[in-house]
Structure formats: C-alpha cells, structure tokens
Design a protein around this ligand. Structure first.
Ligand code: 4NP
Length: 165
C-alpha cells in the first residue's frame, strides 16, 4: 500500500522522486519544477526528476504554454523530455503518476513487482477540497488548464514534502 511505502521513506536523507505524465512536456516537468522549488524553500535536497510514458516529444523543452504559466509564478522549467526507462524503477523511491492512465501505463512498464510497488498516484496528496484526485491533462485545453495544473501541483508538492519529511 502507498501509505506503507510513504512510511518506509519518512525521514530518509535523500528521497528520490520521479514525476510521470504522458508527454513529459506539461504536467510532470511542471511537477518537477514545483517540487524542486518546494524542497528548496524547506532547505532540503532530495532527488527530483520527471519522465513520460510516451515517446512523442523526447528532447523537447516543456510546452511553451506550460513554461509561460510557470514563468508567471517565477518558475523556470528547463527539463528536456525523456521517456520512462526500466532503470527508473530501480533508481527512484517514488514514481508519481498524474492520472489513472499514467498509473496503468507505469504498472505495465515496470520490469519487476518491486518496481511496480513504487508507482503511486498524485491524488493522495491533493487536498479533497480542491475537487481533484488527479492532475488533468491540459494539452488540448485552454490557458486556464495550465494554471489549474500549477495550482494542483503547488498543493500536492507541499503535501508530498510534509508526508515524507
Ligand atoms: P503531459 O501532456 O502528459 O502533461 O505532458 C501531454 C503532452 C503531449 C501529448 C499529450 C499530453 N501528446 O499527445 O502529444
């Protein structure tokens, strides 16, 4: 269970977190940026990265709409898109998917049962009052969807830190 995994990591000095979405150009690179900023604000230095289950945008910077929305909040997103690889399931402590499709894909991609156990949904760190238990894909949506992604990630990343510190 995810709560057992979280409990087993609590207090660890370097926790390694991989955020995953489909394209790795909108939600997960934003999650990487927001989490790094959250950790920096708290003075901790964990390992944070992001990747996509798909291979459509490998090497690309985040979508300009995601970068623009993040820049409005003072956050520069400089990650270059990469696809999830088998070694990620060994290297990272937590592999956090943004929605149910990401989670299903990740569990299918996991090379071992141990690796699959590291896959958890971001929803469990979202305050119920926000009305979401996942981070919706903004790719085919308006600018407001990109702001919603950042609002949800700000809440989730703070809660991730609080649950693991
Ligand atoms: P992301 O958004 O999974 O949040 O990076 C998407 C980016 C690209 C595509 C779909 C979703 N795409 O179909 O190319």
């Amino acid at each position: 269970m995810a709560s057992d995994l979280i409990a087993s990591l609590r207090g660890k000095k370097d926790i390694k977190i991989l955020f995953v979405c489909l394209g790795n150009i909108c939600r997960s690179p934003a999650a990487e940026g927001v989490m790094k900023e959250t950790l920096s604000n708290h003075g901790v230095n964990w390992t944070v990265d992001s990747a996509g289950t798909g291979d459509y945008h490998i090497g690309d910077l985040p979508d300009w709409r995601m970068r623009s929305a993040a820049k409005c909040r003072g956050l520069l997103l400089t990650h270059h898109c990469r696809q999830v690889k088998p070694a990620d399931f060994e290297h990272f402590d937590l592999i956090i998917g943004m929605d149910a499709n990401n989670l299903a894909n990740l569990r299918r991609m996991a090379p071992t049962p141990e690796g699959a156990k590291k896959v958890v949904g971001i929803g469990q760190w979202l305050d119920p009052s926000l009305g979401y238990d996942y981070v919706p894909d903004p790719y085919y949506e308006s600018d407001r969807a990109f702001d919603l992604v950042l609002d949800l990630l700000a809440n989730a990343c703070e809660n991730i830190y609080e649950s693991l510190r």
